[in-house]
Design a protein around this ligand. Structure first.
Ligand SMILES: [Zn+2]
Length: 439
């Protein structure tokens, strides 16, 4: 199958534009040119109106926007499941941080990122946000593989092979931001780790610089009750109140996790336009608590989904994440406005785009947006009969039937084979890290 750079008509059985969120357009397709969406119409009209266009026949597929994994640490795929069974604090301080201090290098980051991107493409993820050391390596790998990424460069007071001080982190991040200013698929952001791993004065500086440069800030916030309690001890108020008091509760803030929220905090987050990224699997696995997404939806807050790193997941499967989020939100929720499959699917796509500030580019199938698309083969025993595409995508193992993934019209994945990466080489390389991580 070709890239969709010359005029291409893509015909689908079920087209999910995501905007409007609950629509399923049967026997509809899209016209793509130069990697951008030109028009949406019925398959018959497209065939009549664009007789000279290249034809991509996916009339046995669902076609929808690529999934957006709004929070992760891509190179941590090389630590898949390490420290399983520990609570967040012990896991980070006793296992992950000491291991990272010894092992994280440019090679580690390159291989881990390639592995993560290969996994995500096969599961329909076409954009991911990363927060990790050596972000220049991650960005270069994403460019090489044609993958779209928000690179939330790390700001953390933890000496390792990448940096010794937060000043170094800031300096390198700003350099990266300058380097990728003109690219269309790398989106830099500040990535201060958390209110407990970054000193207060540095945090204020980060938000000031982010506003000056005009890029977002992604930060872990309210990950556990313990974090919330420590913030009260440290600031004499909740970290949300603290951030607000210092002008850091802004629409450009992407707050990751957000468990243990009070009614007042939800109202304040809604009022300030802060974006929330929910990582249910990681939260459950680390015993962190859960984000009250039904209440956040009710308050009109933009909600995105993330897998977090594979060390605390262990997969980068965003549709599974969406299923878990939906089931958790609706368990015991007697309200008539229960979270719906269409709503959670919107969070996995357009909600992710809004959270990352990329809604003009991606997240839905609309004329003018980039052709970041995926197809799911529905001629599978587990997918038929198909009554409701939204329900089927959420409540089955639909991600294992992803057949195609494009970014800006470039075909990156087709029926198990990758167009721009050597998956056997990546897997072989990942295996060599097993011994080094264990040592
Ligand atoms: Zn994280």
């Amino acid at each position: 199958m070709p890239d969709m750079l010359t005029k291409t008509v893509l015909l689908a059985r079920h087209l999910l534009p995501i905007s409007p969120s609950n629509k399923v357009l049967d026997d509809h397709g899209v016209v793509v040119q130069d990697g951008r969406i030109l028009a949406i119409d019925s398959n018959n009209s497209l065939l009549t109106n664009y007789p000279d266009a290249v034809e991509v026949d996916l009339r046995h597929h669902i076609v929808m926007p690529g999934l957006i994994n709004a929070h992760g640490h891509l190179p941590m795929s090389l630590m898949r499941g390490i420290g399983d069974g520990k609570k967040l604090d012990t896991w980070l301080r006793d296992i992950i941080w000491p291991l990272e201090a010894n092992i994280v290098s440019r090679d580690f980051v390159a291989t881990g990122t390639e592995l993560a991107i290969a996994e995500m493409l096969s599961l329909g993820v076409t954009t991911a946000s990363d927060m990790y050391y050596f972000p220049d390596v991650t960005a270069a790998v994403a460019i090489k593989l044609g993958f779209r990424a928000q690179i939330a460069f790390p700001i953390i007071e933890l000496p390792n092979l990448y940096s010794n001080t937060v000043d170094e982190c800031i300096h390198r991040g700003i350099e990266l931001s300058d380097d990728y200013r003109s690219t269309t698929t790398i989106h830099p952001a500040f990535g201060p780790h958390s209110t407990y791993a970054v000193p207060s004065d540095v945090l204020i500086r980060v938000f000031t610089l982010a506003a000056e440069i005009g890029i977002p800030v992604q930060m872990h916030l309210h990950e556990t009750e313990q974090e919330v309690r420590i913030a009260h001890e440290q600031f004499g108020q909740s970290s949300i109140e603290y951030l607000d008091q210092h002008g850091m509760l802004v629409p450009e803030l992407q707050a990751v996790h957000m468990t243990a929220l009070s009614r007042d905090e939800i109202a304040r987050v809604a009022e300030r336009g802060v974006k929330v990224i929910h990582c249910p699997y990681s939260n459950l696995k680390l015993g962190s608590g859960s984000c009250p997404i039904a209440e956040l939806y009710d308050a009109g807050i933009t909600l995105a989904l993330g897998t977090d790193g594979a060390a605390s997941n262990n997969a980068l499967d965003l549709l599974s994440e969406a299923r878990l989020a939906l089931l958790l939100a609706n368990d015991g929720n007697e309200s008539p406005t229960r979270v719906s499959p269409a709503q959670i699917l919107e969070s996995a796509t357009l909600g992710g785009a809004r959270a990352l500030g990329l809604e003009a580019e991606i997240g839905s199938i609309e004329p003018g947006k980039a052709a970041d698309l995926i197809a799911i083969d529905i001629d599978k025993p587990g997918m038929q009969p198909l009554f409701d595409a939204h329900t089927q995508l959420i409540h089955t193992s639909a991600a294992s039937h992803v057949s195609h993934a494009w970014v800006e019209g470039k075909l990156l994945y087709e029926n198990g084979s990758y167009k721009r990466l050597d998956v056997e080489e990546i897997v072989a390389s990942a295996k060599t890290w097993r011994e080094k991580v264990l040592a």
